[in-house]
Write a protein that binds this ligand. Sequence first.
Ligand SMILES: [Cu+2]
Length: 155
Amino acid sequence: MDKSEKLALTLSFLLLSLFFGAIVYASMARNIEVPTCITDVEPFLTDTLFQTGPDEYELQMVARMWAFQPSVVRLPVGSTVNIYLTSQDIIHGFKVDRKNVNLMAAPGAINYLKVTFDEAGEYKFACHEFCGAAHHTMAGRFVIEEAINEPETAD
Ligand SMILES: [Cu+2]
């Protein structure tokens, strides 16, 4: 084997090790989750929001041309939301402003990500996958309030 080939192989292996180490570091030390595709559950047809524990909620969100259901989600500050997202028609995107949430909404599948809202305020979300004529209107928001009695959604 040529000397330069050995060098290229060694550098490639070191680079791969570095990338793999970065993924392990992100998931273990920084607690960063990657979106998960759930394939063994039948996709839901309607949106739901319910409480699963103290400060923990499950949100089943439906994307369709050209809206998210629900389009407004009101939650108390400190809430952790397990977002389950599916699509009724074609592929859409789901990106939450100021949060590390970036999911695809695919028909026939559910994508999952967990997010915690530590600060009160509005967190807008929008479709980031061009999905047709009214794609630019496909948006909504999380409204995180200091103290509310019940979580609620509105379409
Ligand atoms: Cu879109």
